[in-house]
Design a protein around this ligand. Sequence first.
Ligand code: PBG
Length: 328
Amino acid sequence: MEKVQFKRHRRLRHSANMRSMVRETHLHVEDFIYPLFIVEGENERNEVSSMPGVFQISLDLLKEELDEIVSLGIKSIILFGVPKEKDDCGSGAYHDHGIVQEATREVKKHYPELLVVADTCLCEYTDHGHCGVVENGYVLNDESLELLVKTAISQAKAGADIIAPSNMMDGFVAAIRQGLDEAGFVHIPIMSYAVKYSSAFYGPFRDAANSTPQFGDRKTYQMDPANRMEALREAQSDMEEGADFIIVKPALAYMDIIRDVKNNFNAPIVAYNVSGEYSLIKAAAANGWIDEEAVAMEMLTGLKRAGADIIITYFAKDAAKWLQITKA
Ligand code: PBG
């Protein structure tokens, strides 16, 4: 009988060195941006109950946290503010001595090289918890843009290296680009949350940032999770308006979108591995149901394979440690 021909794929999987020789995707500590929640007050280091290992940290304890981050080789952080006082127009977001502005100065004082990404949004600072100015229950677009521009400029003045607007108003990249340029910050890039879905995966973040909307939801500005073509329209307009990076958020349930955006736009693509994606793994691992390190590293590798150049992740510190151990 004639022998049936088949291909021997297993040849390239025969040994660890052989597998590493043909490995297509590698994680590096440079890929990660680590999120930090900065809370007003003193001597605060409160673990977020739905995000074990993630803390709200006050300014006086920030240096200690930065020491660890830098010693692990992490090169960039994204800052979120947790203010004590909120109002209807989110003035804490654009106050020159707001919590994120002060935290940025503190980072730059100790570690001028560490890249500070400032999340530019109002929802942590508004008493209603929405990402813009609300009138009759609706978030107004153009009125919100003015406040966002003020926020971005005050963040840049404080020393932020990258402005990351996340509020999903139309035209935010154009408005912020113009505002930054006029204020003398032509060199500061915009990392746009261009493709941001209205997602239940943000639940734990809203505990951490104390930013749950007090009425309604974010569906009139964030995207419908069912839509794929719309992501290309969002990314395209942000690129035309001058975005330097494109964020896709969330990441895990949106890997097709990461790949679509990567294939269609020539800019660094950032996947935001959001709070709920972190909490899922933490909870299952705490129950002994999965191997935390193996699952988290598989997820992060998968996001890179899908097309992410950069990953914002609460696993950054853990992953940096795991990468060191594997290398050793
Ligand atoms: C602010 C913002 C959110 C996240 C990042 N920036 C929350 C939201 O839109 O409600 C979520 C991040 C996460 O879940 O880790 N608009």
